[in-house]
Design a protein around this ligand. Structure first.
Ligand code: SF4
Length: 409
């Protein structure tokens, strides 16, 4: 959107005070996220034209309309249509561009203003083939619609030419990529990896039931050194009955089979997963099974969420949700277990030496964050601007969420 507005002649400014139009690109995947968005929007100054885009208008338009004064609203993946919305709002019109918004698929060749100059974020498909009972994302992102392998390869080549060295292939579910157009994620990875150049690929999250269908071919494709040995595979619960209630269509045994297969091929693989605590019907025993599963699988990263009923979802109509105090207790138990496991996993990297690609400025001017082959975040100190460079380091310290390394020649 920033790229299209700039191309249309608008000046992107850095402060609300300088702006004539403010465009908020919203998320509403979870209850707390929606609350934060709404509170933000309520604070938006009344002397500016306000355009709300993204998933919130499609997930809870009723609340947006009730609580926020806005001039324009539109869905996610708007692409160049943002220019029409802004122009209409500046003409004083009230714009609601929500029809079929969940079917949007803008060209991958639109101009961009990158958040990070060395990281290229490429949505390989929008939507998914799932019907998870807690999920409101489907209302905003709709059914699976993939870009072709050629479109994605062309985008990668364009970004490489403009200095990108790390690509995030993103989607609601990367494992179902291409099933609507007769191709697949492994095929896409092979095509992207065959592009000449020194770059890395991070594969976005995937659902276990879809990953299972392409497991062997996917592991083969992951063997290319361009692919970070990183797998983000949300399990959501360690209890098969809860998984069935969630309409996830896999079991904990399936999840373990995938993790073990990847770890078998790549022993230092980074495994990230997501868990929802307090799903309706999740008993204490069922939750204990989730803790046991984490202890057994030892994921490097666990994104812990508390269950919040989302609008229009099946789960919102289900009984048996635990009291919120119990849900809070479960998520804190899981968070501390996950942090302990993450620290133990990171301690195993102490003494490792190798290359990291610096893709981010750290918290202070002389610290940089790099990623090694397993997409482990490594903090490196240097007075030089290391962004976009590859440095050789030796890991000296470990923390639950990152490693620290010294540069070596
Ligand atoms: S796979 Fe499930 S959780 Fe993921 S976006 Fe689709 S319906 Fe939602």
């Amino acid at each position: 959107m920033a790229g299209c507005l700039a191309k249309a002649g608008y000046t992107l400014v850095n402060s609300l005070a300088e702006a004539d139009v403010v465009v908020y690109n919203t998320c509403a995947v979870k209850g707390p996220t929606e609350n934060r968005m709404i509170n933000f929007l309520k604070l938006a100054t009344k002397d500016k034209k306000l355009v709300v885009v993204g998933c919130l208008p499609l997930i809870n338009f009723e609340r947006l309309q009730r609580e926020v004064f806005f001039d324009g609203a539109a869905g996610p993946a708007l692409g160049e249509k943002i220019v029409d919305v802004v122009e209409a709002v500046l003409r004083g019109e009230k714009v609601l561009a929500l029809d079929n918004a969940e079917k949007a698929k803008p060209s991958l060749n639109l101009p961009r203003v990158r958040v990070n100059p060395v990281v290229g974020i490429i949505p390989i498909n929008y939507g998914c083939l799932g019907s998870c009972s807690y999920c409101c994302v489907v209302f905003a992102r709709g059914r699976l619609r993939s870009y072709t392998v050629d479109e994605i390869v062309e985008r990668v080549k364009l970004d490489l030419a403009s200095g990108v060295r790390e690509f995030w292939l993103t989607s609601q579910d990367t494992a179902c990529y291409g099933l609507d157009i007769g191709t697949s994620l492994p095929e896409l990875l092979r095509a992207v990896c065959s592009i000449d150049g020194d770059f890395k690929i991070r594969v976005g999250m995937m659902t276990p039931n879809m990953a299972l269908k392409i497991l062997d071919e996917l592991i083969e494709a992951y063997k290319d050194e361009k692919v970070f040995k990183f797998l983000h595979i949300p399990v959501q619960s360690g209890d098969n009955q809860v998984l069935a209630q969630m309409r996830r269509f896999y079991t904990t045994e399936d999840f373990k089979k995938i993790v073990n297969a990847f770890r078998g091929a790549f022993p230092k693989m980074t495994i990230a997963t997501d868990v929802i605590c307090g799903f309706p019907g999740e008993t204490r025993e069922a939750f204990e099974k989730t803790l046991r599963l984490m202890e057994e699988v030892k994921p490097d990263v666990v994104n812990v969420s508390k269950f919040f009923a989302r609008p229009k979802t099946l789960a919102a109509k289900m009984d048996g949700a635990a009291p919120f105090s119990e849900i809070k207790e479960r998520s804190s138990m899981l968070s501390s277990l996950a942090s302990k496991i993450a620290f133990e996993r990171n301690m195993e990297w102490i003494g490792w030496s190798g290359e990291v690609f610096i893709d981010e400025q750290g918290t202070d001017p002389n610290s940089w964050v790099g990623r090694n082959f397993a997409y482990k975040p490594v903090v490196v100190k240097s007075a030089l601007n290391l962004l976009g460079t590859v440095v050789r380091i030796k890991i000296s310290k470990a923390f639950p969420t990152y490693l620290e390394g010294e540069t070596i020649s």
